[in-house]
Write a protein that binds this ligand. Sequence first.
Ligand SMILES: [Zn+2]
Length: 263
Amino acid sequence: MLHVIKLWLEDGSVVPLPKVVTAAFGEDENKHTVCVYGHVDVQPARREDGWATDPYNLTEINGNLYGRGASDNKAPVLAWIHAVEAYKALDMELPVNVKFLIEGMEETGSNGLDVLVEAQRDAFFSDVDYIVISDCGWQSARPALTYGTRGNCYFYAQVDLLAHLWRFPTVSIHGIEGAFSGRGTKTVIPAKVTAKFSIRQVPNMEPAVVEKQVTDHLHAVFEQRKSPNKLKVKMIIGAKPWLADTKHALYEAGKTAVKRVLN
Ligand SMILES: [Zn+2]
């Protein structure tokens, strides 16, 4: 099934987000239902970033596949699809009901996913007992089960520059949108500059609190500068950290499976 969620932008316009795919295999009431989460979107990649091959052209070298998103998150999603397919091909009964939830906005904070989950709470998700997320890497070749991640608060701090500022010296810093960071010495003053920064979250940090503290601090500092320009601060992503209970049945199952497959 395909679900379309819409996103309301600041200027009032509405854009449809990439479709979220859901699928269900088996609906045996006597079995547990496991929902596998995955995503198909990727972070931007350019050859200049250090790629040995074209990042958007899946390339096989010595039996390994290289391409943007190959491991984050195509391969883990495919592994689950192959597992279900294997049961079907062998005419074996699935030990659990399997559901898939595959989205396309993960890299920008899963925009709209909360809306979908809420809307489908009593429908698609009503019988889901467990959620499995295979969207984490291993630190080394040693298998690993992830039981916690840091959260992230990502901010845009936008300064609307008044035209008369051209009389003053300006400093352009790399990584600030609107500031010139290419080769050469372009000195045109943009209408606005946006600083992008993020703060990683650890347990006991609340994104809403971080948002208020960062916003208040930036406004207080900006106020002191007596600048004629306008500052706007917006938290784009507010993801909480999480820490799982490694004694949970899912982790026990995961440990057993990893041991059995990878020894
Ligand atoms: Zn991912």
